[in-house]
Write a protein that binds this ligand. Structure first.
Ligand code: KIV
Length: 282
């Protein structure tokens, strides 16, 4: 498969061929996404919660995200690789945002960065990063990094003011140079308006039909513990399978069934005798 490029993604807006995006946080996840033939891989700051165990995405640092991103880059050849810039790494100034984005490109080999929010300062950050030659994916609707200010992890665009804000922020992000917009937890009707309005493709998550869809890998695999968002569909049972496999291993270690003969190396009688001799002398 040829490497996915920005023009090939933008083209999907007119061809109607859905864009498939999935998150990944490590080499095996990236290899699996590659082999499954997805179009885009996102090193999401959701990794803060699903792989690093933080209580919120806002807690993860740039260095932590870079370590995840580098592992994903090593496993990704064909899909377009997008990295989330974490909370606190762009808020101070356009210069800080550009410096952070440059790190993701130079150190982790990101094809693009993703920025949450479409308020005036975020639009300025998007313009600055795009002007520096780094492609940007915008993210509007529910933006988990600033969920507290939005009243919690809840759907956006359900009131007149909120629906208008989602549209304004997405249009602003496109004007600022974003080549693609992630829209999270927004009513399908609002997404439909956005699809008619924007020239760039929309990747939805809890936003109904769009040019593309994204899910958090651990959610779709069935690894995430506890309650997941309404928009999550689980396609696998890896979480329970993993617990079952570790439990079976633990049972066999405890019973002595593992390791069996086929898992053991054999030594010649001379080597065993040499080992005994060494033990006597030791
Ligand atoms: O961090 C993430 O995984 C994301 C997706 C949910 C879009 O931003």
């Amino acid at each position: 498969m040829p490497k996915v490029t920005i023009p090939s993604l933008i083209e999907r807006k007119s061809t109607g061929e859905a864009i498939v995006m999935v998150t990944a946080y490590d080499y095996p996840g990236a290899r699996a996404a590659e082999r499954a033939g997805v179009d885009m891989v996102l090193v999401g700051d959701s990794g803060a919660q699903v792989v690093l165990g933080y209580s919120a995405t806002a807690e993860v640092t740039v260095d932590e995200m870079l370590m995840l991103a580098k592992a994903v880059r090593r496993g990704t050849d064909t899909p377009f690789l997008v990295c989330d810039v974490p909370f606190g790494s762009t808020e101070q100034s356009d210069a800080q945002a550009v410096a952070t984005a440059v790190r993701f490109v130079k150190e982790a080999g990101a094809d693009a960065v993703k920025l949450e929010g479409g308020g005036p300062s975020q639009l300025s950050r998007i313009s600055a990063i795009v002007a520096a030659g780094i492609p940007v994916v915008a993210h509007v609707g529910l933006t988990p990094q600033t969920a507290t200010a939005l009243g919690g992890l809840r759907a956006q665009g359900r009131t007149e003011a909120s629906a208008a804000r989602v549209i304004e922020e997405a249009v602003g992000a496109q004007r600022a140079g974003a080549f693609c917009v992630v829209v999270e937890a927004v009513p399908s009707e609002v997404t439909a308006v956005l699809r008619e309005t924007l020239d760039v493709p929309i990747i939805g998550i809890g936003a109904g039909p769009a040019e593309g869809q994204v899910l958090v890998l651990h959610d779709l695999l069935g690894v995430t513990e506890g309650r997941t968002a309404k928009f999550v569909k689980t396609f696998g049972t890896i979480g329970v399978d993993t617990v079952a496999a570790i439990s079976a291993y633990a049972d066999e270690v405890r019973s002595g069934a593992f390791p069996a003969a086929e898992h053991q190396y054999a030594a010649s009688p001379e080597a065993v005798e040499a080992a005994r001799g060494a033990a006597r002398r030791a």
